[in-house]
Design a protein around this ligand. Structure first.
Ligand code: IPE
Ligand code: IPE
Ligand code: MG
Length: 240
C-alpha cells in the first residue's frame, strides 16, 4: 500500500467480474454459491475505491449474452441483485456513493427495475463515488442504440463528431476508464465498453472474482501506475 502514489489514482476503474462459477466449482458448490460470495468482493471494491478516492467504478454484472444462461442461474442472479441492492442502499448513502445503471434495463424483471430505480433516486445527490452497474449490458447494443437515437433526432452529417456519439451512449457524461480489470484469467472484453476503452490500460489477473479483495485491487492500481500511457506519442514527449 505504501507503494501506491495517491496523486496518480485512476479516476475511473472498470471491472469485468469473472470467475464466480469456477470458484464455486473448485470448492464443490454450485455456481450460485460463487455469485453470492462475489457480493462481498463488490462491497470491498466499493470500499477500497472510496478509500483511494476513485471517482467512478464500473462493474460488469450481467451481459446481454448472459441471458442465454440456464434459467435457474438467471433467476438466482436476479434475486441476488434485488436483495443486494435493498440491503446495501443505506451503506451506499452513508458512504456518499451514487448508483447509476447502464444497459438494457427494460429486459430485467419488474422487481429489479423498481429496486434499481429506487436506489438510483435515493443516491442521486451523492458525490463521493459514482458506482456504475452494467446490467443486461452489451457495448454493441449500446452503440447500435446510439446510432438509432442519432438518426431519430435528425442529426446532420456534419454534426456527427466523436463527442456527439459519446453523448448518445449510456455512459454520457462519465469520463473514460483509465484502468480495466478482468479477473479469472480470461483475456477478452466480452462486449464491454468497446467505445470507451479506446485508450484504457488493461489488467488481467488469474484470481477469481470472489477472491478479489482489497490487496488485489491495490495490486491492479500499482500495476497501472507502472504503465506509460503514450496516446500515440513517443516516450520522450510524455516525459517532457
Ligand atoms: C461472473 O462469473 C459473473 C457473471 C457473468 C454473472 P461467471 O458466472 O462468468 O463465472 P465463470 O466464468 O463461469 O467461472
Ligand atoms: C462477462 O463474463 C460478463 C460479466 C462479467 C458480467 P462472461 O463469463 O459472461 O464472459 P464470457 O462468456 O466468458 O466471455
Ligand atoms: Mg465467466
Amino acid at each position: 500500500m505504501e507503494l501506491i502514489d495517491t496523486s496518480r489514482i485512476p479516476n475511473h476503474i472498470a471491472i469485468i467480474m469473472d470467475g464466480n462459477g469456477r470458484w464455486a466449482k473448485q470448492k464443490g458448490h454450485d455456481r450460485i454459491y460463487g455469485h453470492s460470495n462475489g457480493v462481498e468482493s463488490v462491497r470491498e471494491s466499493i470500499k477500497t475505491a472510496r478509500e483511494f478516492n476513485v471517482k467512478y467504478l464500473t462493474l460488469y454484472a450481467f451481459s446481454t449474452e448472459n441471458w442465454n444462461r440456464p434459467k435457474e442461474e438467471i433467476d438466482a442472479l436476479m434475486d441476488l441483485l434485488v436483495t443486494t441492492i435493498i440491503s446495501e442502499i443505506e451503506e451506499l448513502k452513508e458512504n456518499d456513493v451514487r448508483l447509476k445503471i447502464i444497459g438494457n434495463v427494460e429486459l430485467l424483471p419488474e422487481k429489479c427495475i423498481q429496486a434499481l430505480k429506487d436506489a438510483e433516486e435515493r443516491t442521486a445527490s451523492n458525490k463521493g463515488l459514482t458506482l456504475i452497474l452494467a446490467l443486461s449490458y452489451s457495448s454493441r447494443w449500446e452503440i447500435t442504440n446510439a446510432v438509432k437515437e442519432i438518426l431519430k433526432n435528425g442529426c446532420a452529417q456534419n454534426e456527427i463528431t466523436e463527442e456527439l456519439v459519446s453523448s448518445y451512449l449510456n455512459t454520457a457524461g462519465i469520463p473514460e476508464p483509465e484502468l480495466l480489470i478482468r479477473t479469472s484469467g480470461e483475456q477478452r472484453i466480452s462486449n464491454f465498453l468497446l467505445w470507451q476503452i479506446a485508450y484504457t490500460e488493461f489488467y488481467f489477473t488469474e484470481v477469481h472474482w470472489p477472491d478479489f479483495k482489497r490487496d488485489e485491487f491495490l495490486k491492479a492500481i500499482l500495476e497501472y501506475q507502472n504503465r506509460e500511457r503514450r496516446f500515440g506519442k513517443i516516450s520522450e514527449q510524455i516525459k517532457a
